[in-house]
Write a protein of this length. Structure first.
Length: 346
């Protein structure tokens, strides 16, 4: 079996993986980026909302102005609704973009600095005693191994690396989304009526304009593990589309959002970033900024710290506590829900 060698093996060429590859490679390290799908054609399901901290991190990491190099779309307004009624309007400046443009940018930068990309490869097993990861090449069905010094899980909400190293699958919730021509320039969050019948504990539909196109989606979560959660979301998505006058015969895609506890490292040689670490806002589902923050902070720990694990974990928890904008949004979201539950409106 062919065996490749590298200092850093990053599993998942999504946003977090591509950012970390770029940072490590630029600092002179050997990096292999292993991706399950076709790296150029894969298209992550996402609302494409980029909050301030993500834009700032982008600027810091790439030294480029996101407004100049990304197809950012400034929204006219942002509103939250219940049953068609507006409950809270928000004047914050919000930018969106088609997610593929951001992922393409990050991957291109990683490749430009010399990251070795192995795409369409499936991770089969990991031997942490001998620092070997075994893969199946999905193109020619051959098997190969990569010897590493450090392995990093950036393989998203359903992280295979996490399952292999921890022995159990991460906890995720399903989301549904469609793409449609833009019908309005206003971002809308519409809470699920099922919150009141306790069929879901939280959940909402979204309409997010990204320029010429918009995405419409739905997410719902239930602590009692409702079996019909996906069906509830599907129905709500359809109702929301008809409320907005959007064609409904568009194919619906599904994706996962992580909701379990944060896991940042398994041992001194295995770390997790982005969704694979469970780093996603449990209220809003936003995770782009976490992908930036975690990739950057792990990079800083990997190249500079004596105790990488402790440093990385400390840095992340400090960063999360300092995220005031994020916390302000969260409390606004929860206030809206509380208002809804009382049955009143602003
Ligand atoms: C429907 C939806 C809408 C969202 N909207 C927003 C939003 O508007 N704003 C926001 O901030 N966040 C949003 N998020 C969350 C955000 O998309 C994620 O938090 C973010 O993509 C996390 O980046 P990541 O690099 O960790 O994971 P990902 O972007 O998921 O990348 C993981 C990569 O790993 C690859 N992979 C998976 N399994 C394997 C494997 N076994 N081996 C190798 N590679 C593998 C995948 O193909 C992918 O390329 C949304 C999420 C969903 C599902």
């Amino acid at each position: 079996m062919k065996v490749f060698d590298t200092q850093y093996l990053i599993i998942g060429a999504g946003l977090a993986g591509s950012i970390l590859s770029f940072l490590l490679r630029r600092s002179g390290s050997e990096v292999i980026l292993a991706e399950l799908l076709d790296a150029k054609t894969k298209d992550k399901l996402c609302g494409g909302v980029m909050i301030d901290s993500a834009l700032q991190s982008f600027k810091k990491i790439y030294g480029e102005n996101p407004q100049q190099v990304l197809p950012l779309h400034k929204l006219k307004s942002f509103c939250q609704r219940f049953a068609g009624k507006e409950i809270l309007a928000n004047n914050t400046e919000i930018f969106t973009l088609p997610r593929k443009s951001l992922d393409n940018f990050a991957l291109e930068r990683a490749l430009e600095v010399g990251t070795r990309l192995f795409d369409r490869v499936a991770l089969k097993s990991v031997d942490m005693n001998n620092f070997l990861a075994y893969f199946l090449d999905l193109r020619d069905k051959t098997q190969f191994a990569i010897r590493f010094q450090f392995i990093i899980g950036a393989d998203g909400a359903s992280s295979k690396l996490r399952t292999l190293l921890m022995g159990k699958r991460p906890i995720i919730i399903p989301t549904l989304q469609i793409q449609t021509p833009c019908v309005s320039d206003e971002l809308i969050f519409a809470y699920l009526p099922e919150i009141f019948s306790s069929q879901v504990d939280w959940g909402y539909c979204w309409y997010i304009p990204q320029g010429k196109i918009a995405v419409v989606g739905c997410v719902g979560s239930s602590f009692s593990k409702q079996k019909n959660l996906v069906q509830i979301c599907r129905n709500n998505l359809k109702n929301f589309c008809s409320e907005l006058g959007i064609e409904q015969n568009i194919s619906i895609r599904g994706a996962a959002i992580p909701i379990d506890k944060i896991l940042l490292s398994c041992n001194e040689n295995a770390f997790f970033i982005g969704d694979a670490a469970g780093l996603n806002d449990t209220v809003t589902g936003g995770g782009i900024h976490y992908a930036f923050i975690s990739a950057n902070l792990l990079f800083e720990a990997l190249i500079g710290a004596e105790n990488i694990r402790l440093t990385y974990e400390k840095k992340i928890f400090n960063a999360i506590q300092l995220k005031t904008t994020q916390q302000a949004r969260k409390s606004q979201f929860l206030t809206s829900l509380a208002i809804l539950k009382k049955g009143s409106e602003i």
